[in-house]
Design a protein around this ligand. Structure first.
Ligand SMILES: Nc1nc2c(ncn2[C@@H]2O[C@H](COP(=O)(O)OP(=O)(O)OP(=O)(O)O)[C@@H](O)[C@H]2O)c(=O)[nH]1
Ligand SMILES: [Mg+2]
Length: 509
């Protein structure tokens, strides 16, 4: 699998948000290789019309579904009720700029805008206030909050999104001033994650993180909840002040949420065991693993597609990928390895999510090599590199070798590329889109991946064909000759396989 077949990296530059109804958009999951190694994967999906594949259909479908308001009145669905409420439509962004340059502040707000758009919102306006620290009561100062109210009223926004994590009190107070819903960056990211998670485990993790986030804020948002459940009557319009009889109800809700969280944790632990077993299986087979990590939207999935020809969802949206995808790949010298796509990083990833997605991160920490993808065309690639490394360090993946893959070389400023390549030891500029640099990247991977430690020569009888197959799959075949007595192999293998081959070995070196 080299760069020869690479479907549709570009399709998502064309916007086709909610129109996935035509026959061309049908998911075409074609099981090309049901490899035991990759059992945990969904079937490889292949692009049929050069434009869309199953995953992408999925994504459009998810986006379309999101707009259907299906509010349940069951308490079991408490998180769903609350989070459906979070469906953003027309938003105004607000940030507090405490340190750094004005450009830093603008960039941070631009990223918030991208996040909001990814969540399906229309961004109407954005304001930044310079302050030493956020106002303890209303996040931005009270004068600014009034101005914000004017902007909200004039623009017809229905939501304010703050560029930070706000305390429950700050959310309530600011809502009282601006008279529309106020959400913070954390809630926004959780919302995006909730929209994108696909696997059972991913969904469970996100919903656990949402509950964790919600628990201390239940009082504020609880009003809509009691409205949902109390058969109406208590709602008092704008503010969040009406509590009264809901107070004890909130207590009950809290308890039920805690119980649900405990149950969820147990379920997640069980799912984790299953995944862990598969990972061990791969490790036992000594298949080296490569993890693709990097800032969100850097082009990780595009790179995976380019390297393996897998039809993974690529989208110009943040957090398009939320479930770890593992594919098999082969080095130019014919060695097999696994290549894992991972969830993107973002600055100030909500803490609950770092916890929740520790599993993906563990995959990164556990790998033999990290391909750290960075968007060379981004205005501040160094910042992205640093932000990602912080998380990698957080999960203890410090001793894994890393290749910095500076992607989007086709669109990047050559000077920026030069600068990055000079600073980073193991770095290469590539374009997942055009394929430039991919050949060299493959050779670099080949060089760095650990090699099996035993080199031997064996004459394997034709009745033992499965051993020859394993030598190819798990080892590195240096030469192969078909003689009258059997297959003469010069091969480099790991110890276990070496001992299984021992009866046929002619020479070891
Ligand atoms: N110009 C250019 N654009 C690219 C290249 N690689 C990827 N892109 C675009 O960058 C956007 C993001 O690509 P993805 O592969 O989805 O990025 P990702 O890192 O997987 O993103 P998340 O899963 O959302 O974290 C898409 O619009 C791609 O078409 C490249 O080499 N050149
Ligand atoms: Mg992706």
């Amino acid at each position: 699998m080299t760069s020869s077949s690479s479907p549709s990296q570009d399709v998502h530059d064309m916007q086709h948000p909610h129109d996935a109804t035509g026959p061309a958009a049908e998911p075409h999951a074609e099981s090309l290789r049901a490899d035991a190694l990759m059992e945990e994967d969904v079937a490889w999906s292949h692009t049929v019309d050069g434009e869309r594949d199953g995953d992408q259909y999925d994504r459009s479908e998810r986006a379309a579904l999101r707009r259907v308001a299906g509010l349940s009145t069951e308490l079991e669905d408490v998180t769903e009720v609350e989070y459906r409420q979070l469906r953003l439509e027309r938003v105004v962004l607000v940030g507090v700029w405490t340190s750094g340059t004005a450009e830093d502040a603008d960039r941070s707000l631009a990223e918030l805008a991208a996040l909001a758009e990814t969540a399906g919102a229309l961004v109407l306006d954005g304001v930044v206030q310079r302050r030493d620290k956020p106002d303890p009561a209303t996040y931005i100062g009270s004068g600014k909050a009034q101005e914000l109210y004017d902007i909200v009223r004039d623009s017809g926004a229905d939501t304010v999104v703050c560029d930070g994590e706000l305390s429950p009190g700050q959310l309530i107070h600011l809502e009282d001033v601006v008279k529309v819903k106020v959400v913070d960056r954390t809630a926004l990211i959780l919302d995006i994650f909730a929209q994108h998670a696909k696997s059972r485990e991913g969904k469970a993790q996100v919903s656990l993180a949402q509950m964790q986030y919600m628990l201390p804020r239940l009082r504020g948002w609880g009003q809509s909840l009691s409205r949902q459940m109390g058969g109406g009557g208590t709602s008092g319009g704008g503010g969040m002040a009406t509590r009264g009889p809901g107070e004890t109800k909130i207590e009950t809700d809290r308890r039920r949420i805690r119980e649900k969280m405990a149950k969820m944790r147990r379920e997640i632990a069980a799912m984790k065991t299953g995944r862990e077993l598969k990972r061990q299986e791969r490790r036992r087979n000594k298949v080296p693993s490569v993890a693709i990590a990097g800032y969100t939207n850097a082009g990780k999935s595009s790179l995976l597609n380019r390297l393996t020809g897998a039809g993974v969802l690529v989208e110009n949206a943040l957090f398009a990928t939320l479930d770890p995808t593992v594919r098999r790949a082969e080095t130019p010298s014919g060695r097999l390895y696994t290549l894992a796509d991972t969830v993107g990083f973002v600055r100030h990833l909500p803490h609950h999510l770092v916890e929740a997605f520790r599993s993906t991160m563990e995959e990164v920490g556990d790998s033999d090599l990290i391909l750290h993808v960075v968007d060379g065309a981004h205005p501040a690639p160094e910042e992205q590199l640093a932000a990602v490394r912080e998380v990698i360090r957080d999960v203890g993946a410090v001793n894994v070798p890393e290749i910095v893959v500076v992607n989007k070389a086709d669109a990047a400023d050559p000077l920026v590329l030069q600068r990055l390549l000079r600073v980073e030891k193991h770095a290469i500029a590539v374009s997942a889109r055009t394929g430039a640099g991919i050949g060299e990247l493959l050779s670099m991977i080949d060089e760095i991946l650990p090699r099996p430690e035993v080199e031997l020569e064996a004459l394997i009888p034709y009745t033992q064909g499965q051993l020859v197959a394993r030598a190819h799959a798990e080892g590195e075949v240096l030469s192969e000759e078909h003689t009258a007595e059997g297959t003469l192999l010069k091969v480099r293998v790991h110890r276990e396989l070496a001992s299984e081959l021992s009866t046929f070995v002619l020479a070891t070196s």
